[in-house]
Design a protein around this ligand. Sequence first.
Ligand SMILES: O=C(O)CCC(=O)C(=O)O
Ligand SMILES: [Fe+2]
Length: 208
Amino acid sequence: MEKLVSSWNNVQTVPEKHVVGAYATEVKKLAATILELICEGLGLEFGYFGGKLSEIPSMLVNHYPPCPDPSLTFGVSEHCDPNLITILQQESDVLGLQVLRNGEWIGVEPISKAFVVNMGYLHVNHKCSNNKLRSVEHRAVTNSEKARTSFAMFFIPNGDSIVEPAKALADSRNPAIFKSFQYKEFITHFINRTGGIDVALEPFKLQA
Ligand SMILES: O=C(O)CCC(=O)C(=O)O
Ligand SMILES: [Fe+2]
């Protein structure tokens, strides 16, 4: 985490680096605990998601000024986060985040002192676990009167790390449907893709 904070040395727009650094450190611990609990729940070995798969913390502060006509623009259009796990704090009581459930967009009400935990897009790679872990499509809408701010901390795999269906979760009844790939191969394809998010993993699918 020191690396993250020292990388802000030239960033004049982070006024309270020690506060942000302390926040990032605590959120990182939370993410590590959640990832360990997920491992335990899925029957994966201790530390499966630790290390390289969640090595790079990245913080994004989203600020959405009021928009006179929210029907004209999204704050953030629909997407799945292309990382391992995201811990999001909705700062104010303004509704903005929506998740797609059964084809319907549902508002995620901000709860004071609570985080939203998003499984990243890489978890579609765990379809071999019968979708026990799903990445949810989400978006942020704007508000006609109030500004909104959210803080997202993304935990991103190291570019060289290998992403693959967990061997402990794939068997003859639930065969792996994706091949192993390096995270950097995926993210390059994800960024440069021409279609929707459902095509981002196409090149990594195993032949049926
Ligand atoms: O502002 C939000 O609630 C969502 C932001 C988001 O999805 C993102 O930064 O990836
Ligand atoms: Fe997101």
